[in-house]
Design a protein around this ligand. Structure first.
Ligand code: ZN
Length: 723
């Protein structure tokens, strides 16, 4: 269906019949629940077949009532293609939803069906070939199309599963008998209660009467005939008897390995069927093993509410999920069907002790657990002979590491099992590499390239795997990355792992801010830490712009004042610098990055505007862009407050205070008479404020200073300019 040509069709207008029907109806008031009065018809519809396409026009009663003759929705159906689409005339947009998922006026929920002329109703049915015509016929058809699409989508997934499971063989001929006699462990001796003790009972294993003595209900004995354990049950009390579920296992070969099939088996007795109990056996789980003993599982469950089938994976173990019921009975030790096992393992796993083990005294187990352990053993044995002390110790303590190390088959040589070649295995030995080294060698082999062993060694020492570098390996070689990380770590005195985090962070931000991250000047930036911090600032500035604009509406002078005082207060020596912000935005960003309150409180803006106190930044000379301490300063250079992260002061402030005293001397020389006048006013205001705080006994409630008097904290922080 071509949208353009659909739109080019003449729209179906409301018929006089329709209009008159709606006008003749008197809407009845109903409860507000449905948002409107009750009408006779929820919607009106008409249809037409044009160029092989069924067009259905839908009208809202309200529109008809007010004389609107154009449809609200037009549904186009192409039956040959099995497709439908709706044009929404209210918003002039195409909609793919079914009729019932389109937006309808709320009142239609209180209202009956759809009005459509009998001939149009018939047209719909004839065109779509369904059981119903009219609006319902269209909806039926749309649901059918959706259903078919869903089935197709599921089939794409399930077909692959079915193909994977198709080599599964049929059950052995004696399977049912084996399940009954061996698989289900529970046996009983039924007896008729007699006052002096019954002398004879029926053994369910033997299937015949056996001599008994002193039967007691539910007592466990050994059948004197077959020597199987059995529980006494008297016929008198026997009503319905369920053995409970037993896991039983069947191992069968497949072209690509073998499969372990888990069944749940039980017997069910009733008073009449005690000689011929019902034997139930349901398959629950299939675990397919390839030649590397790598498992893949399928479980039997309802798939997407479409019935039971094999589903790839394991049942969800979360108790909130109904699938977890599998774990109530499944995944338990059970009887393993023994016939053919030797042959199976001979051919599939090169003849190991497994078959003997499973068939012998240990035949009661979950073979999946056993195979997992066996796989571990194989690899551990292989590796402990290989002269790789580091890899061996990693693998012995960590199963995940072990299975990561081994990629090959358990029949393979060490080289193949590790997925290496002789030359690389030699390098692994010489460097005494562990999993990390091995991972790098494999990465190398896959790409047919060679890295220097010292470089790999250093990556391992830093804890960097190839996967950690995927963000940059498309632009730089591992050697370049190695050199870059080393240099940045040396220059910034940070750990390599930290440099790596900073780098990733930096590139992500650069991308976000629209920089060209394919340019080596950008991605291999020289001063990484500094550029990173700049981007943090820039991003915060972007985020704070609208907030700053709001502040400037109330305090329009602040930006101008900040810029005008730069000459007076800006100063730096080799270690520290006092920086004057450009205005509101800088102060807000500073507050955000240091997580303190300066940018968020009206009184600071007010003080700047009135020249009572300014906000200045104390920075380290080596990182002049990075917030360090925020200062509140009176016009003569008296420092009211010094605050860093979370309104704190660090131990480092003592060192900086010496610098601030020096700075106060410089400022004193730059002051004008006017500045000193402002400072005098400021001092009076400050002392008044302190006095008020003392009177009100203001206590700090939160943060690390909680419980202390605010005025004491502020007085301690005060550095008057004595110069
Ligand atoms: Zn017996």
């Amino acid at each position: 269906m071509n949208k353009k040509s659909l739109l080019a069709m003449q729209p179906l207008r409301a018929t006089t019949d329709m209009m008159e029907t709606e006008w003749a109806d008197t809407p009845q008031k109903v409860s507000d629940l449905y948002g409107g009065p009750y009408r006779k018809y929820a919607r009106f519809a008409r249809c037409q077949v044009e160029s092989g396409i069924l067009k259905v026009a839908l009208f809202f009663p309200d529109n008809l009532r007010t004389g609107g003759y154009l449809p609200s929705y037009e549904v186009f159906i192409d039956r040959a293609a099995g497709k439908f689409i709706t044009y929404d005339r209210m918003t002039d947009k195409w909609r793919t939803a079914k009729l019932d998922n389109l937006d309808w006026p709320r009142y239609i929920r209180a209202t009956d069906g759809t009005w459509m002329s009998p001939s149009d109703t018939k047209t719909v049915q004839t065109y779509l070939g369904g059981d119903r015509g009219g609006y319902d016929g269209v909806l039926d058809y749309q649901e059918k199309i959706r259903e078919e699409a869903l089935v197709r989508r599921h089939r794409k997934v399930t077909d692959a599963w079915d193909a994977d499971l198709s080599p599964t063989r049929g059950l052995p001929k004696d399977w049912n008998r084996w399940v009954d006699k061996v698989g289900v462990q529970q046996n009983y001796i039924f007896y008729h209660y007699k006052k002096r003790g019954a002398k004879q009972g029926y053994c369910t294993y033997c299937g015949k009467n056996v001599p008994i003595s002193n039967p007691r209900y539910n007592k466990t004995v050994r059948c004197p005939y077959c020597r199987h354990e059995a529980v006494f049950k008297s016929f008198g009390k026997l009503d319905r008897l369920f053995t409970g579920w037993n896991c039983v296992y069947l191992l069968q070969p497949r072209p690509d390995g073998f499969v372990v099939r888990e069944f749940w088996a039980a017997r069910f007795y009733t008073k009449v069927s005690w000689e011929t109990p019902k034997v139930i056996c349901m398959e629950q789980l299939r675990t397919i093993y390839d030649s590397r003993l790598n498992p893949r599982t399928y479980f039997w469950w309802d798939y997407k509410h479409r019935g039971l089938r094999w589903i790839k994976g394991l049942p969800n173990p979360s108790w909130l999920n109904p699938q977890s019921s599998y774990y109530c009975h499944g995944d338990r030790p059970g009887q393993v069907y023994g016939k053919g096992l030797s042959q199976l393992f001979q051919s599939k796993l090169g003849g190991t002790g497994i078959a003997r083990f499973l068939h012998g005294d240990h035949s009661f187990m979950n073979p999946n657990d056993y195979l997992y352990e066996k796989k571990k053993e194989f690899f551990q044995e292989l590796i402990s002979k290989a002269g790789l002390p580091k890899l061996t110790s990693e693998c012995l303590t960590n199963d995940t590491a072990l299975f990561k190390a081994f990629k090959g088959s358990i029949k393979d040589s060490l080289t193949r099992a590790l997925c290496l070649d002789t030359q690389r295995l030699g390098r692994l030995r010489r460097s005494d590499g562990g999993i990390a080294f091995l991972t790098w060698l494999r990465w190398e082999k896959e790409r047919d390239t060679v890295l220097d062993d010292a470089v790999i060694g250093r990556f391992c020492k830093w804890g960097i795997k190839p996967a950690d570098l995927t963000f940059i390996l498309d632009r730089m070689s591992p050697l370049q990355v190695h050199n870059y990380l080393r240099r940045q770590a040396r220059e910034s005195k940070e750990k390599v792992q930290q440099v790596l985090i900073t780098w990733k962070d930096y590139l992500a931000m650069a991308e976000e801010l629209g920089m060209d991250t394919s340019d080596s000047i950008v991605y291999r930036v020289r001063l990484l830490r500094r550029r990173h911090d700049e981007l943090v600032l820039r991003r915060n500035q972007e985020d704070s712009k609208s907030l700053a604009a709001d502040v400037l509406k109330d305090f329009p002078e602040v930006d101008h004042i900040c810029q005008s005082i730069k000459g007076k207060y800006q100063y730096a020596d080799g270690k520290y610098a006092v920086v004057v912000p450009n205005g509101v935005l800088d102060i807000i960003v500073e507050g955000k990055l240091l997580n303190h309150c300066v940018g968020g409180q009206v009184r600071y803006w007010d003080r700047i505007q009135r020249h009572e106190a300014y906000i200045l930044f104390l920075r380290k000379a080596s990182a002049p862009d990075m917030p360090y301490y925020t200062l509140e300063v009176e016009p003569d250079g008296t420092v009211r407050q010094k605050r860093t992260k979370f309104d704190r002061q660090g131990a480092d402030i003592k060192d900086a205070e010496a610098f601030l005293t020096q700075w106060q001397h410089i400022v004193a020389e730059r002051l004008t008479a006017n500045d000193r006048k402002k400072a005098a006013v400021s001092r009076v205001l400050r002392e008044k404020e302190f006095e008020q705080m003392r009177k009100d006994n203001v206590i700090i409630h939160a943060g690390h200073l909680a419980g202390r008097r605010l005025v004491d904290v502020l007085t301690a922080d005060l550095m008057e300019n004595a110069a």
